[in-house]
Design a protein around this ligand. Structure first.
Ligand SMILES: [Fe+2]
Length: 436
């Protein structure tokens, strides 16, 4: 049996890299916009050791961040660093890295505290953000109007009977925390936020105690008996009694693209949804069902969720302009997939929700783009006036480029391409963190 038979999640560009590199002489093609001054940083799992290939899960492994610093129209450096050095003893959160209140934070769900990184991606220490009750989330949602982060957090195995809805204020301190009873210990990867509600996805992936007993360190599996629901928490709520639970079909979601309040009081949530997750594939998300883009209408008056497919082609890693988060919006961006290659990373897709059209950028033979991060141009008036930034793995040279596209014209020439001195393994989420 090859490693691939046990898990494709260690093969090809899923394999970890060994070295922490600092590079300053980077080859640039095109022209880096001079107004981009800051860092693009992306997180992903990079296990130091694989104890058991059969039970290894892609979502496990120490976090490693890969960053590029831009300024003055130049690529000033590339750096990759383990989120936490081995000697620190801290778990290195491996799923997302964000800038908030002047801090760079590596984050993950399930219990581990956020890790603060310095401007050159070195470990500073773990942080409770002034009062996290149960770890944090990889996907705190930004309210661009208040500057707050809203998150749904859970803690396996320390708190198996509840999750927490947490608000972190614009200064970076926990300002609210509500415990929500959760009898079956669901996996909560992300959440949705509107101006009126925080929405909790209580969906059928939950702790499987047989797997936990059997030594799986990621004991999450599809649960056929699960009662799926979406919880709308009024943002003014102070207790879990105020949650409006709405029934939804058994379906799985990692990520909403965006969400907002409709004038009739319903909540619109656009998501990448799956018919099942961790049912036959216990090593990662690729081999059960492909994700499609769908619109969920969550109606607090009927307590029901209706679903409609927007685009049934495989896609993940939905992003929008942060300025339209929680609000009605027109444009969304995803990574388009190709299940024949067990891959979410085949193209970059731009959706126009108003025109109901999509534009697909192929990156060339053997070139595999990761999550597209939208960066607005300063003073922009159009929602898509800005850039998409992403890492693109080049199979031919077994290395990775950092690519900037014009978000108004994603099939046009690359704005800039920066060749990196090593591979950036397939990973998860990242951010553009501009200098203050
Ligand atoms: Fe995610």
């Amino acid at each position: 049996m090859t490693i691939y038979d046990a898990t494709p999640y260690l093969d090809g560009n899923f394999a970890p890299v060994a070295d922490e590199v600092t590079a300053t002489n980077l080859v640039v093609t095109g022209s880096i916009p001079a107004e981009l001054v800051g860092r693009f940083v992306r997180n992903g799992p990079n296990p130091r050791a694989i104890p058991d290939v059969d039970k290894h899960h892609w979502f496990l492994g120490e976090g490693m961040v890969h960053g590029i610093r831009l300024g003055g129209g130049k690529a000033q450096w590339y750096r990759n660093r383990y989120v936490a050095p081995q000697e620190s003893g801290a778990f290195g959160p491996n799923t997302h890295v964000i800038g908030h209140a002047g801090k760079t934070l590596a984050i993950v769900e399930g219990g581990p505290l956020p890790v603060e990184l310095d401007d050159e991606l070195n470990f500073v220490g773990t942080t409770t953000l002034g009062g996290l009750p149960s770890g944090f989330s990889a996907h705190p949602k930004l309210d661009p109007i208040t500057g707050e982060l809203h998150a749904a957090a859970y803690h396996w195995p320390d708190q198996v009977d509840k999750i927490h809805y947490v608000v972190v204020d614009a200064e970076g301190t926990v300002s609210k925390s509500i415990a929500i009873p959760a009898p079956k210990m669901p996996m909560i990867h992300d959440m949705a936020l509107t101006q009126n509600y925080a929405a909790i996805f209580d969906l059928p992936v939950a702790v499987n105690f047989d797997m936990a007993m059997d030594g799986y360190t990621f004991p999450m599996a599809w649960d056929r008996e699960y009662e799926s629901r979406v919880g709308l928490i009024p943002r003014t709520a102070s207790t879990s009694d105020e949650i409006i639970w709405c029934e939804v079909d058994p379906i799985w979601v990692y990520h909403p693209m965006n969400s907002y309040d409709r004038e009739d009081g319903a909540v619109v949530i656009d998501v990448c949804e799956y018919d099942s997750m961790f049912d036959s594939d216990r090593n990662g998300p690729l081999r059960d069902a492909p994700p499609r883009l769908s619109r969920w209408i969550v109606d607090p008056s009927t307590q029901k969720v209706t679903r409609e497919t927007i685009d049934d082609r495989t896609q993940e890693f939905p992003r929008v302009n942060d300025a339209v988060a929680t609000l009605p919006y027109r444009y969304g961006y995803t990574s388009g997939g190709d299940l024949d290659t067990h891959d979410w990373f085949a193209s970059t897709v731009k959706h126009d929700m108003d025109a109901q059209t999509r534009t697909v950028r192929e990156h060339g033979d053997g070139r595999e783009p990761g999550e597209p991060v939208f960066v607005a141009r300063e003073g922009a008036t159009a929602e898509d006036d800005g850039w998409l930034m992403m890492y693109v793995y080049d199979r031919g040279r077994d290395s990775t480029d950092f690519v900037i596209l014009d978000a108004t014209d994603i099939t046009g020439d690359e704005v800039a391409r920066i060749e990196l001195p090593q591979r950036v393994p397939n990973g998860f989420h990242g951010s553009w963190i501009p200098d203050e």
